[in-house]
Design a protein. Structure first.
Lengths: 497, 490, 97
């Protein structure tokens, strides 16, 4: 039984009810915030570069100094347009910014410049596939806004410290329709969004790093009901697993409330993944009345048809197009293509490596095989691959030249993967070069043969397997560097002699 | 010769000619301030050492021929809501009582680049909210014409300092009349340019869609000259307008032949003081004699401008002033329990009563359920008011009227009834709502000797027309100096 | 029509604006707000049906800047006026998550 069914069952048993009881449908909408990959912040020329000591990427504008004024970064509009067009949205060709007023220390002006009344994109959709079934998830709107700074809790002085480096980093918020019905659909939607946005180059969309953040709006209702139930909002979901867990838990919590005859309260809840539970965040100090009004310091944005056409024209190859192209140009199997293109980063590495050494099948094998294996071992995402295509290409070159044999290559590749070493110098330094010097191999083989008279006798007696043993011993003696083909040839010559 | 009795342009000429040194000019200003400040209280901060230092530097640049503009070497006072790097900037509020900006407002930078010497920061109504400079946390500024009366507001310190001849000219800011009304009350010339003409970067915001920086000086020539220097297209201000023409001084012509002047009938109804009415209408007569065509018309919607203005200005202010929270700069309360308590106490202790009143009103009109009824309604009213002006300017070159319904009230008379005080803005606020340029200049005094001002309003981007009309009128009378000003004569 | 402002409203607005008023101030605020709203209600006389709310006075659009870094490390300036700071950051009372 699925987790849902188990919980349902337990609930029914608790109430001593028959199985002819109510079934619930989960209704989920998502608000996804994406940090855009611009060089500078949305309203000032401060760098968006990650890291940096606190407040070293700040200026009067992004720290709310008196008298400072915002000026809009054009690239932000272009990224927002690109994402909207790639998700089938209609563009509001006249759009504006509004102020969202609330007090919090990470918000230097105590208002956030966002878009409420006329967001840049609306009414789009994204196609997902779960369990072989395709479905469109509607996008209600996409709007631009500024990020807040970071609050760090200081246990020593029992206070909080504010760093405004992140304040003013440009975000787009993608608000979906409440079209999702399960955690699987939610994950599929997020995955699809992430792929599209990564492929556009608009953001690297890393949940763990915070460049993509998802808030889940969830309600439940009896199957067949026409009205939506009361929904809650959940925050602090930092991984796909956490999202899935939070969805299950919130669904159960709401169903329990309803079955107990209680009402679901509309509130914001914070998910604690370690403890696997959520708690209400609402505080009476915050009236949640944002008093939106048009931002007087910024002028409206008019997006003409030519601009939209230009954005459509420069749209980079998206994943589906890439999949098609790999099939036609490289003849790779679909399964391989799907994995390689599942991450734009990996697809980039694939293409850049081929550009140097050609050999798409070989490159694909290294990505599909060793790379995937190492990613799993190191608990990394494909997006985190950090080795350079040049080094992989170089290694493949060495293999083709016969200077590196395949089993040693696996170890070398691991070094490339972890430390991005240059394989040419690495195999020199560590003496891993294929030993193809006939003389040296012959000498080693003669030693082995001398040490193993029984095996030689066995072989001569017709036990071909003894050959394998002797080859194995030779490989061991040469630490695997001997060219296996040459070993076989020399050994056979020796034994037959 | 009393240096402080000169206009900026006159002083600039003499400095250029080597007749007066910059240091002499600055010293004269400092002396005047020292003598008169106790009576007037127009300054929050006076920076003697920095001013004298700067004077020496500027003198050298003038001698080297690197500074040759009309304002080079002339001392100026800056209203205390414009950021001046290294110089205390308080907005006459306790909440910024220790605030030292890390950058300088663009308009002020423009002056500095032209060789102006900043003498100090002038007193104002707290955060520019007020019409009398009585809401300042640093004491009332007194009208140099009669120190029992207010100088007007919110640029009262700037206007009083010019009238008292404590400085040669000053910068003020105008959101609902804050340059024009104190200029009128203090018998000097003040000008608000078309919205977007002078950069707002570094002007501590009150009503963002209404604020403009402008000059306050002894005559129209000075104002036009100053405006030419401070006006610029600023990339740091998204609402900055790139003007086609930044030449305002060639409009200083003594000629109004054929100029069509409209007089709004609805400006001259009840509530307007008889003496003010007479003096202002006399201006129209003078201009008519000089060849202008004067006609009465109905502007309409006049009384709706004030509620629309107060809704919009308070709403924007409630948001603009949210940043003053004791976190990043300014006043933080000494004892507090937790974050929200710190916010509330710092703000409640740091802001004065009028500011708090307007923040509350602003928050209310934007709050859930009221946004449509108040804020949007006000924005619709604003659109209608602008349309009325557009209609009027199809027929007239300038609109002429009073600046305020009365002359300067006594100190203490206005704050008791805020609504009454707001009504005093009736002739000035609609100009801000429509983004128009306007100038206020002296046209007489009442029976108590208090100055009366006349307002000339132009269509958007038509500063040159009102400058020309104002200049022409100005030539028909002498600039009147108050007794305190004359105290500087030896 | 007189606007009667309730205690609740004043308290609510106080939360929105982060202002704490004394009992006396609250009474005064109720009266002031009531008077101001009465005055503002005058706008209801004006027919604004079909009129677009005008935020910006001039029809200027599309003011942008290029995506190029122009600011250097200004942390010293940023923190210069901080009422309380620690380790290069602004210090505030603990925020409850």
């Amino acid at each position: 039984m699925s987790r849902q069914e188990i919980m349902q069952d337990a609930r029914l048993q608790k109430r001593g009810m028959s199985k002819m009881s109510r079934e619930y449908e989960t209704v989920i909408g998502l608000e996804v915030h994406v940090e855009l990959a611009t060089k500078t912040k949305i309203f000032c020329g401060c760098s968006t570069a990650f890291g940096g000591a606190p407040n070293t990427h700040t200026c009067p504008v992004c720290t709310g100094m008196p008298g400072s004024l915002p000026v809009l970064n054009k690239q932000v509009v272009e990224y927002a347009l690109a994402v909207g067009l790639a998700t089938n949205c209609s563009i509001n060709q006249y759009c504006k910014f509004d102020r969202k007023n609330y007090f919090y220390p990470d918000n230097p002006q105590n208002y956030q410049i966002s878009q409420l009344y006329l967001p840049i994109c609306h009414d789009g959709y994204v196609e997902i596939e779960v369990g072989g079934v395709k479905k469109n998830i509607g996008i209600h709107e996409i709007h631009m806004e500024e990020d807040a700074g970071k609050l760090i809790h200081d246990p020593w002085d029992d206070c909080s410290l504010v760093d405004f480096n992140r304040s003013g980093v440009p975000l787009i918020e993608i608000v979906s329709e409440p079209d999702m019905r399960s955690a699987e659909e939610v994950i599929a939607y997020l995955d699809k969004l992430r792929l599209i946005i990564q492929y556009l180059g608009a953001s690297d969309c890393k949940l763990q790093e915070g460049s993509m953040r998802a808030d889940v709006n969830l309600s439940v209702r009896e199957v067949g009901a026409k009205e939506f139930g009361t929904r809650t909002e959940m925050k602090n979901l930092n991984s796909f697993k956490a999202i899935a867990r939070a969805i299950e838990a919130e669904r159960d919590r709401q169903i329990d409330l309803i079955e107990d005859g209680k009402k679901v309260i509309q509130e914001t809840r914070r998910w604690d993944d370690a403890k696997e539970y959520s708690y209400a965040m609402r505080s009476k100090e915050d009236a949640q009345d944002y008093r939106y009004f048009p931002e007087p310091d910024l002028v409206p944005i008019v997006i003409g048809d030519e601009w939209i056409q230009k954005m459509k024209d420069i749209q980079p190859e998206l994943r589906t197009e890439k999949q098609q192209r790999y099939k036609e140009e490289y003849g790779l199997p679909e399964y391989d293509i799907d994995i390689i293109t599942a991450s734009k980063h990996m697809a980039d590495i694939f293409e850049q490596t081929i550009a140097i050494c050609g050999n798409p099948k070989e490159v694909s094998n290294w990505l599909m095989g060793e790379t995937m294996k190492l990613l799993k071992e190191q608990e990394m995402d494909a997006d985190q691959i950090s080795f350079s295509p040049a080094n992989l290409a170089s290694m493949i070159g060495l293999i083709n030249k016969g200077e590196l044999n395949r089993s040693v290559a696996k170890d070398v590749f691991k070094e490339i993967f972890i430390h991005d070493i240059d394989p040419v110098s690495y195999i020199e330094e560590h003496g891993l070069k294929n030993v193809s010097d006939e003389g040296a191999i012959k000498a080693t083989i003669e030693e082995i043969v001398a040490k193993n008279p029984q095996s030689v006798a066995d072989y001569k007696a017709g036990k071909k397997k003894a050959m394998g043993f002797l080859v194995g011993q030779t490989m061991r003696a040469t630490k695997g560097k001997a060219d296996p083909a040459m070993v076989n040839k020399i050994l056979r010559e020796l034994l037959e002699a | 010769m009393n240096i402080m009795s000169l206009t900026a342009v006159e002083l600039g000429k003499r400095i250029k000619a080597g007749e007066i040194t910059v240091v002499e000019a600055v010293k004269a200003a400092i002396d005047a301030i020292e003598k008169k400040e106790e009576k007037i209280n127009s300054f929050v901060t006076v920076d003697r050492e920095a001013a004298l230092e700067q004077a020496k530097k500027v003198q050298k640049l003038i001698d080297d021929g690197q500074l040759s503009g009309p304002l080079a070497g002339v001392p100026v006072a800056i209203k205390d809501n414009m950021c001046t790097e290294g110089l205390l900037t308080t907005c006459s509020s306790k909440i910024l009582g220790n605030y030292n900006p890390t950058y300088t407002a663009t308009a002020v930078e423009n002056l500095q680049r032209a060789g102006a010497i900043i003498i100090g920061k002038t007193n104002m109504d707290e955060f520019a909210m007020g019409s009398t400079t009585e809401t300042s946390a640093y004491g009332v500024t007194r009208n140099p014409w009669d120190i029992g009366h207010v100088p007007g507001g919110s640029s009262g310190g700037s206007a009083a300092a010019v009238a008292a001849e404590e400085c040669i000219y000053a910068l003020g800011s105008d959101t609902g009349g804050s340059i024009r009304q104190p200029s009128s009350f203090c018998g000097v010339v003040g000008m608000k340019p078309t919205y977007g003409t002078v950069s707002r970067y570094g002007l501590i915001a009150y009503g963002s869609s209404l604020d403009q920086i402008g000059p306050i000086a002894k005559d129209v020539t000075d104002c036009a000259t100053i405006l030419e220097t401070i006006a610029s297209y600023d990339k740091k201000d998204s609402t900055s307008m790139k003007r086609e023409v930044y030449d305002f001084t060639s409009a200083l012509k003594n000629d109004v032949a054929g100029m069509k002047i409209g007089i709004p009938k609805d400006y001259f109804g009840d509530g307007l003081d008889e003496e003010v009415k007479k003096n202002v209408l006399d201006v129209a007569k003078v201009l008519e004699k000089k060849g202008a065509i004067v006609e009465e018309f109905t502007l309409s919607l006049v009384e709706y401008a004030i509620p629309a203005y107060y809704i919009i200005a308070s709403a924007e202010a409630s948001s603009n002033l949210a940043r003053f929270d004791g976190v990043k700069y300014g006043y933080r309360t000494e004892e507090y329990r937790g974050l929200h308590n710190m916010y509330k106490k710092s703000r409640s202790e740091g802001f004065g009563a009028e500011v708090k009143r307007r923040i509350m009103l602003g928050s209310f009109v934007l709050s859930s359920g009221y946004y449509d009824a108040y804020y949007l309604k006000a924005l619709r009213t604003k659109a209608l008011i602008k349309a009325e002006f557009d209609k009027a300017f199809k027929k007239y070159d300038i609109i002429l009227g009073p600046v305020a319904p009365t002359t300067a009230p006594k100190i203490g008379d206005s704050l008791a009834d805020p609504i009454q005080m707001y009504l005093g803005d009736i002739y000035t606020v609609s100009v801000n709502l429509a983004g128009l340029p306007a100038i206020s200049l002296p046209c007489g005094t009442d029976k108590n000797g208090l100055p009366i001002g006349v307002q000339m309003i132009g269509d958007c981007f038509e500063e040159r027309k009102i400058i020309q009309a104002a200049y022409t009128y100005e030539q028909t009378r002498d600039y009147a100096r108050c007794e305190i000003a004359k105290e500087g004569d030896e | 029509m007189a606007n009667i402002i309730s205690d609740e409203t004043i308290e609510y607005v106080g939360i929105l604006a982060k202002l704490e008023l004394s009992e006396e101030e609250k009474e005064q605020a109720k009266q002031d707000m009531g008077k101001m709203l009465d005055y503002i209600d005058m706008l209801n006389e004006l027919d604004t049906e079909g009129v677009e709310p005008m935020s910006h006075v001039f029809p200027v659009n599309n003011v942008f800047r290029e995506d190029a870094v122009t600011n250097k490390d200004e942390s010293e300036l940023t923190l210069r006026n901080a009422p309380e700071k620690k380790d290069g950051a602004f210090q505030v009372p603990k925020t409850v998550e």
